[in-house]
Design a protein around this ligand. Structure first.
Ligand SMILES: [Fe+2]
Length: 197
């Protein structure tokens, strides 16, 4: 078999090294920051969002990516670090998305921190999975997914998916998930999304 190793394509095994202390692996191909301004429609308390954007537009989370392309396959590795904090009483979280392709699942692996994985279908089925270090969740095709950090520490999770899956943010931008995660009496609580009431 002819082994390709050009244009980012390699048919040879590749390893990267993950640091459990930091939640960072290397080498990685790309990194994305998600700041308050990138999630401004996602949090329900828009007055707090506007004030935070005007002040310092804080980083909510960051993702390091590496694509593994062979001549016949495409796997993506992503490691997300959600920094602890709240917007008003709503915990920091990822934007959340459906996959563009309706036959594409994903594996999420929580390695540090605590929180929830929110899952929802386009016809309104909803699940909130309590996440602790070591929780691994298979996200079936056609379930939107969002991770919420409810702890005082950074939440780190590893994602493995096909690059061809794509991201569809539009339904989440339009109406969010069925429930949001807020602090009530000093503890995380799931409540109905005010945007849908
Ligand atoms: Fe995904």
């Amino acid at each position: 078999m002819q082994r390709a190793m050009m244009d980012g394509i390699s048919d040879l095994p590749i390893s990267v090294q993950f640091d459990f202390a930091t939640g960072i692996f290397s080498p990685y191909a790309d990194i994305s920051e998600r700041r308050m301004s990138d999630l401004k429609e996602m949090f329900y308390d828009q007055s707090v969002v506007a004030a935070a954007m005007a002040l310092d537009n804080p980083i909510i989370y960051e993702i390091r990516y590496h694509p593994f392309l062979t001549s016949v396959s495409d796997m993506g590795l992503g490691v997300t670090r959600i920094f602890p904090g709240k917007v008003g009483d709503e915990y920091h979280m990822t934007k959340g998305h459906f996959h563009e392709q309706p036959n594409q699942p994903e594996i999420y692996f929580c390695v540090r921190g605590e929180g929830y994985l929110l899952l929802e279908t386009r016809v309104g089925e909803f699940e909130a999975v309590r996440w602790l270090p070591g929780t691994i969740t298979h996200i079936p095709p056609q379930w939107a997914h969002r991770v919420v950090n409810t702890g005082a520490d950074i939440l780190v999770f590893v994602a493995s998916y096909h690059l061809a899956a794509g991201h569809d943010y539009a339904p989440i931008l339009a109406h969010g998930f069925a429930q949001i995660v807020v602090e009530q009496d000093g503890a995380p609580a799931l409540i109905p999304n005010p945007r849908r009431i």
